[in-house]
Design a protein around this ligand. Structure first.
Ligand code: ADP
Ligand code: ZN
Length: 709
């Protein structure tokens, strides 16, 4: 007997022989101890087979090769153990497994299927998918620590509320269905969370996964889930240590909890009797992992719901263009909560034209400051957002125009006043600025532009009597720091909460009646096809924080470009209007949802080499894929109005990436556009194949990229 074993490494499964004593015991999903290279490794059984003769398996040291699917095998690609690969193809002897470590499957079969799907879909490997799905402690034989680790303060018991008519309608549609995907499109403050909770309650014993985007959102929702489901919830957030993550994972696999609530990786919760997946704020960019395996937890969740044959709810006030489009195409059922709870009005949104408006300081118009003053005098709270941390985005010598750049990245350095350093927000390196200009030795060095620290400093001077707190990545590095700020805000110990996008998302603070954007222009014109969508979502979410309680909310958006089209839709809370406008632009340029994208990033140590090699690569690609239409200018040959056909693959680039250098690597990229996901992946593999022999190059593949910087 043979078994295919998957390890948490960037490779496919390896085949081993199963000693007779283990044949009865071994099953997919169990851990085994296997000899690996010169040592031993713990892996997961992904398939077993009685007569998997070596002749059926084409051997390759590096590459995994698909084999015929057999009954028991979960259709993993397999490769033989590296040390056996040197043997003659016919007469190889497989290494025997040493031990089976579990009495029952630890990784449920459907999760194994999902892991395989992830590896293939993202053009990665099953092993890397496994590594993302299962905590490392599982392979190290660790038990995990104490159970309660996340938030130990007691939560108030849940108030019983009567659902609104809209909530009831949505819920009964969800409860009626056995499987399928739903979009719950509910305006901010419409009570989406209550629908999630009731839908889970309605499932009886079945298990549920609830995905939320990053820590910013989890604190309040965690409390709400704890007050309803008590200790039946496992939590996953980005602040967990590996040991804590293991503990939460164990609770699920031991059947102690029936809900997993958390960020991205919770999509891999090892439930065996899953009935429902919920993705709150499905439009959030943080569902996409940017390092390593570039998966989207939302899309993996959709795949998991299909594999399991269960229901999935995508919730948002500002659905992604793709998701909304798919409801129009009938791929998701559409459920709407069009009104706020208790018919509370949506806030009034005012766009402040900073080119005309009288200013009180660099950051604040008289109008906004007046509104803040008034709001505070009424004993109410405010939120202020500037989506850029630090003090100012650059220092400039006013004599010669010199600005500091990161030595490792093609990025200007942001000045941080608290640490008196110039920081790179890409690679996290920093340096101390000198008193004189490094270029001309001048001494007139100025702070240019705004960051959250500066906006905070100015407000402290302008309104010294108020209590101000800043929330951005710099003030929330410590464990639970974020949770404390949210608590202080709830307890009304803070008058004004100021920060990056972290202040805009998810919070339910009933006494916030003014929400403001200091400088909207930060986000408006990024060279990325999703920048309007992001901007619309962010401002709408921020507006959604105002006026959730008894008092009417007001929103102020300061900008130097008040004519930008997104403002009309933000002002009118007009999602549908924005969607129609944005969709037309996407259609013209054949961007998603009218196509899918695969992006390949080539990283080089040397700039001149990069250009030379990419020129050569461009030629190879032309030869490799004759059917591909190539446009080396990088503008795309789709052009206005010209639709790409089903089988077409359009290649944009290769060209230097908008952020040309990161961490000392020069970056070029190439974007493949097409309708057919499989064809796209094939084209991408051909391209990767064609550059295999090139040295001095590191290649990253991103399937369904969400930014092209
Ligand atoms: P959303 O996520 O849609 O922005 P929430 O789920 O945060 O909205 O709900 C907004 C507020 O309304 C919360 O404080 C919640 O407890 C409350 N709420 C939800 N449903 C009801 C209801 N049916 N009756 C009264 N209050 C409700
Ligand atoms: Zn850098």
């Amino acid at each position: 007997m043979q078994a295919n074993i998957l390890f948490p490494i960037n490779a496919e499964a390896f085949t081993y022989s199963v000693p007779e004593g283990l044949e009865e015991k071994i099953r997919p999903g169990m851990r085994v101890l296997a000899p690996f290279r010169r040592g031993k490794k713990v892996g997961i059984v992904v398939g077993t087979e009685k007569s998997m003769t070596a002749g059926d398996v084409k051997l390759s040291l590096r590459e995994a090769i698909a084999t015929k699917q057999s009954q028991n095998d979960t259709a993993y690609k397999i490769a033989t153990h590296p040390s056996s690969a040197r043997n003659d193809k016919k007469g190889i002897t497989l290494k025997p497994l040493e031990a089976v470590l579990d009495d029952g499957p630890l990784v449920p079969e459907n999760l194994l299927k999902l892991i395989k799907w992830v590896g293939e879909y993202y053009m990665s490997t099953s092993g890397l998918a496994l590594k993302n799905a299962v905590p490392s402690g599982i392979f190290e034989g660790k038990k995990g620590g104490k159970g309660r680790i996340v938030y130990d303060e007691d939560v108030a018991p849940a108030k019983g509320v009567n659902l609104t008519l809209e909530q009831q309608t949505a819920l009964s549609e969800i409860n009626k269905a056995k499987s399928g995907a739903f979009l719950l499109h509910g305006v901010t403050g419409s009570g989406k969370t209550e629908v999630y909770i009731r839908a889970i309650e309605a499932m009886g014993d079945k298990e549920a996964i609830v995905l939320v985007p990053e820590i910013a959102l989890t604190t309040q929702i965690i409390d709400r889930f704890r007050s309803r489901f008590h200790d039946k919830v496992a939590f996953f957030h980005s602040g967990l240590s590996p040991g804590e993550r293991l503990t939460q994972w164990r609770k699920i696999s031991d059947g102690e909890v029936r809900i997993a609530l958390g960020v991205r990786s919770a999509v891999f919760a090892p439930f065996k009797n899953l009935g429902l997946i919920i993705i709150d704020e499905e439009h959030e960019a943080s569902y996409k992992q940017f390092e390593g395996l570039k998966y989207s937890a939302r899309d993996v969740a959709l795949a998991r719901a299909q594999i399991e044959g269960i229901k999935i709810i995508l919730g948002s006030a500002t659905p992604s263009i793709e998701t909304y489009y798919h409801t129009k195409k009938g791929k998701l059922a559409y459920l709407e909560l069009a009104h706020r709870i208790e018919q509370k009005p949506m806030p009034r949104v005012e766009i402040i034209d900073m080119t005309k408006e009288e200013k009180e300081s660099l950051s604040y118009s008289k109008k906004l400051l007046g509104a803040l003053r008034e709001n505070i005098s009424q004993g109410r709270q405010s939120l202020i957002m500037l989506n850029r941390r630090g003090y100012s985005p650059f220092l400039m010598c006013t004599d010669c125009g010199y600005t500091y750049k990161c030595p490792a990245c093609s990025i200007t350095l942001t000045y941080h006043k608290d640490t008196k350093t110039l920081n790179c927000h890409y690679c996290n390196s920093f340096l101390k600025p000198q008193d004189v200009c490094p270029q001309c030795k001048g001494i007139k060095i100025k702070y240019i532009g705004l960051g959250t620290q500066r906006v905070e400093e100015e407000l402290n001077v302008l309104l010294p009597e108020l209590t101000l707190k800043r929330m951005d990545r710099d003030t929330t590095r410590k464990k639970l720091a974020h949770y404390r700020i949210v608590k202080d805000m709830e307890d009304k110990k803070i008058d004004v909460l100021l920060g990056t996008q972290m202040v805009a998302k998810g919070h339910d603070f009933p006494d916030v009646t003014v929400a403001a954007v200091v400088f909207a222009d930060v986000a408006l014109n990024l060279p990325d096809f999703r920048s309007s969508e992001r901007t619309f979502q962010l401002f709408t979410q921020l507006a959604g924080r105002a006026g959730r309680g008894d008092m009417h909310g007001e929103v102020y958006i300061q900008t130097y470009e008040p004519g930008h089209f997104v403002f009309d839709y933000v002002r009118n809370h007009d999602y549908a209007g924005f969607y129609r406008k944005e969709l037309e632009m996407r259609r013209e340029l054949s961007y998603p949802p009218f196509s899918r994208l695969v992006r390949i990033v080539f990283n080089f140590r040397n700039k001149e080499n990069a250009a030379k090699i990419m020129k050569d690569v461009s030629g190879r690609i032309k030869n490799r894929i004759k059917s591909i239409r190539l446009d080396s200018e990088g503008h795309g040959s789709g052009g206005k109005g010209e639709k790409i056909q089903d089988s077409d693959i359009e290649v944009l680039g290769p060209s230097p990436a908008p952020v040309e250098k990161i961490r000392n690597y020069w970056r070029w990229h190439l974007v493949l556009k097409g309708k057919n996901a499989k064809a796209l992946r094939q084209a991408a593999s051909k391209i990767l194949e064609s550059i295999k022999d090139i040295g001095d190059i590191r290649v990253d593949v991103d399937v369904d990229p969400i930014n092209l910087l």
